[in-house]
Ligand binder design. Structure first.
Ligand code: G
Ligand code: G
Ligand code: MN
Ligand code: NA
Length: 253
């Protein structure tokens, strides 16, 4: 398809860019890291968010190359920022294609060695479709990644079909509550119940929990009151280019 060829060309000519959004600890309301998020500087259509291309890209073999570039670029950036913020963590989204590439473990090892980033400073975000395949190689790979010491976060948690038993079998270290549950948390009793249940689940399994899409003080207050560990959302900052992020959250501010 046309979009596929365009995506490949875009990657080869450097039209992809990473934006960074702050991750904030409820305790002390400190910036503890960033999530790297892909953007496409399209020559005609301007800046595109993943909504415009990620589903097509994810299905193509090129996703592995793009994902590997995201991982390497984000880790290099994090290594720079850790010079002024020693505890800084970088969260990177993985494509399923990277799990099938056969070199993900080696790549992560190599990127950590090359950047000097300690493994606990890297968190890989996976969506449940990756684990729902129940593929023994994927399970093994997740175990191996975890054994390296990198964090593994379950992204968009609560939106899919991930059964509770998956949490028992996968070495996940963090749950990211999907923003659809956060939006009405202060007015919708059922959403609030879901969020409290995920927080309880996280605690029971020894996992940390981060809430996405936090836009108001009221949402923040409620999440922190229920011992949510971290939050992410427009209340603290939108995804921005690296220099802007550095100015607001690393060297400046
Ligand atoms: O940046 P934005 O909030 O619009 O991201 C939308 C979705 O696109 C996110 O939920 C995320 O899962 C996905 N996404 C963004 N950047 C990347 C990336 O680098 N790799 C993968 N696999 N997904 C990404
Ligand atoms: O990987 P994931 O799909 O979770 O990426 C986070 C997505 O959520 C990105 O597309 C980002 O732009 C979006 N996002 C982050 N914070 C907020 C927020 O406070 N409100 C809304 N509506 N979207 C957000
Ligand atoms: Mn994510
Ligand atoms: Na998400």
């Amino acid at each position: 398809r046309a979009l596929e060829r365009e995506l490949r060309l875009a990657f080869e000519t450097g039209q992809f860019e990473l934006y960074y959004q702050p991750l904030i600890a409820c305790e002390g309301r400190r910036v503890v890291g960033a999530e790297a998020l892909l953007r496409w500087n399209h020559p005609e259509r301007g800046l595109l968010t993943p909504a415009a291309f990620i589903d097509v890209l994810a299905q193509k073999p090129a996703a592995a190359a793009v994902g590997d570039w995201v991982l390497r670029t984000a880790c290099r950036q994090a290594a720079v920022w850790r010079a002024s913020r020693p505890d800084f963590r970088i969260a990177v989204n993985l494509f399923e294609a990277q799990f099938r590439s056969g070199h993900l473990l080696e790549l992560v090892r190599e990127v950590l060695a090359e950047t000097g980033l300690p493994p606990q400073a890297l968190e890989l975000e996976i969506v449940e479709t990756i684990v729902l395949r129940n593929d023994p190689l994927t399970l093994q790979l997740l175990d191996d990644l975890r054994a390296l010491g990198v964090g593994l976060a379950f992204d968009d948690y609560g939106t899919g079909f991930a059964s509770l038993s998956l949490l028992k079998r996968f070495p996940v270290t963090r749950l990211k509550i999907d923003r659809s549950f956060i939006r009405d948390i202060t007015t919708d009793a059922e959403d609030a119940a879901v969020v409290r249940a995920v927080l309880y689940l996280g605690r029971s399994f020894g996992m940390e929990v981060i809430a996405e899409g936090v836009e108001t003080e009221a949402q923040l207050e409620m999440l922190c009151r229920h011992d949510c560990h971290e939050v992410q959302g427009y209340l603290f900052g939108r995804p921005v280019p690296a220099p802007v992020f550095a100015e607001s959250f690393v060297t400046g501010g």
